[in-house]
Design a protein around this ligand. Structure first.
Ligand SMILES: Nc1ncnc2c1ncn2[C@@H]1O[C@H](COP(=O)(O)OP(=O)(O)O)[C@@H](O)[C@H]1O
Ligand SMILES: [Mg+2]
Length: 386
């Protein structure tokens, strides 16, 4: 077999061929071109493994092409208080400011022309006036730090600053999101070129709404989902370009029937098929190979993708999660879980909430949940028969 495995199953790994996201990327670019007059805030939501983090990486590249500076942070549960968010975002901005100044110094040192120096038209004193009187000092302090970073960026010839937050569904306390949203939206009202991209599981949409009622209009929502038929096929086929390895049409069909267009699954199936061909020393991926690798794929999916999520949970939470596997689906109706489990109603409600907080389920609406990873229900059924 020539070369290395061209598939990229994993977390946030940029695929060799990015399939089916051209509309999202075009929309992002055109938003940036209308900013700051029209604030370019994006909320990216979707299940695990659909390619949200990869999309943020693409946003970063487009932003750089368009002359914006970006900073990305993956949020964790420890960030979930207003104070920690203020400290974290301030530190992020400080770091960004130092970076911008440093790269300008380096450019000067090596004799490169320094970019056209511009200046923000609005001073922070004007921004301060547009805060509503009830705003607390934290909100204002954070806005001031962000403002200073944007001013540095603009002073070095950049168009503005984009702050990106991945895994933002971990911010459960409305105050943690509020402080960020309030600071950014106030700056945007004064046409300060700063943008906010928040990304996470589907529950993030509701979280944002609880944080500030006006966030509904503040963000453009991008729901990232599975790839449609042709895009999913291309995601499997195109990484083989230039490798000298070919793939049979009927194998592509067979894989498509199994993966439901989920990007992570495309990469996993592709990687395993490639490995099998490598071992068999053949240069053609055929249906025969699929029959050989299918049990391995299922095993790898279970151990790498699903099982770690179960092990995140306490034994009592695991019991409830396993009970959801025996209920009709989709969605998971809490009343069914109560009927299927010996635990009390109150206990189940609490445990479902905790499983959601751990990011394994998300609440669709009152009394209804869904899994955050595609194929989880089938996995639980498979697991029960082991
Ligand atoms: N548009 C795409 N085309 C092909 N593969 C993709 C695409 N987007 C993501 N992937 C692959 O899917 C997997 C999951 O991507 P990731 O961004 O980590 O998902 P998420 O952040 O939604 O959990 C990775 O293996 C990545 O290479
Ligand atoms: Mg991700």
């Amino acid at each position: 077999m020539p070369g290395r495995n061209p598939y990229r199953p994993g977390v946030g790994l940029t695929p060799v061929y990015l399939a089916g996201r051209s509309d999202e990327l075009r929309r992002f670019r055109s938003m940036l071109r209308s900013a700051p007059e029209i604030p370019a805030n994006v909320r990216v939501t979707g299940l695990r493994g659909v390619g949200k983090t990869v999309l943020l990486g693409e946003y970063e590249m487009i932003a750089a092409e368009e002359g914006w500076v970006t900073e990305m942070l993956e949020l964790e549960h420890r960030h979930d208080t207003a104070e920690v968010m203020v400290d974290t975002v301030s530190a992020l901005c400080e770091r960004l400011r130092r970076q911008i100044s440093r790269s300008a110094r380096i450019r000067r040192k090596v004799g490169k022309a320094v970019e056209q120096v511009a200046k923000l038209e609005i001073g922070f004193d004007d921004v301060r006036l547009s805060f509503d009187p009830s705003a607390d000092d934290d909100d204002i302090a954070l806005a001031e730090t962000i403002y200073a970073t944007v001013a540095t960026a603009v002073g070095h010839g950049k168009l503005g600053v984009i702050l990106m937050f991945d895994e933002a569904q971990v911010l459960e306390d409305p105050a943690s999101l509020s402080v960020l949203v309030a600071a950014v939206s106030t700056l945007q009202r004064s046409a300060v070129p700063v943008c906010l991209v928040v990304c996470g599981l589907p529950s993030l949409a509701a979280r944002l709404l609880r944080a500030r009622t006006y966030t509904e209009r503040m963000f453009r929502g991008e729901n990232v989902g599975s790839l449609d038929g042709e895009a999913a096929r291309q995601a499997l086929i195109r990484p083989l370009d230039g490798t000298g390895v070919t793939i049979a049409d009927d194998l592509v069909d067979a894989v498509m029937r199994r993966i439901g267009g989920y990007p992570y699954f495309v990469q996993l199936w592709g990687a395993e098929l490639w490995d099998a061909a490598d071992q068999a020393d053949v240069q053609h991926l055929s249906r025969d190979l699929l029959a050989v690798v299918e049990p391995d794929i299922t095993r790898r999916l279970d151990t790498d993708f699903y099982e770690p999520r179960v092990r995140l949970l306490t034994p009592a939470e695991q019991d409830v999660l396993i009970a959801t596997g025996t209920c009709p689906y989709p969605p998971i109706v809490v009343a069914d879980v109560i009927a299927a489990s010996p635990k009390s109603t109150g206990n189940i409600n609490v445990l479902m909430g905790r499983i959601a907080a751990a990011g394994v389920l998300y609440r669709v609406r009152r009394g209804e949940y869904d899994y955050t990873a595609p194929g989880f229900h089938t996995f639980l059924q498979r697991r029960a028969t082991r």
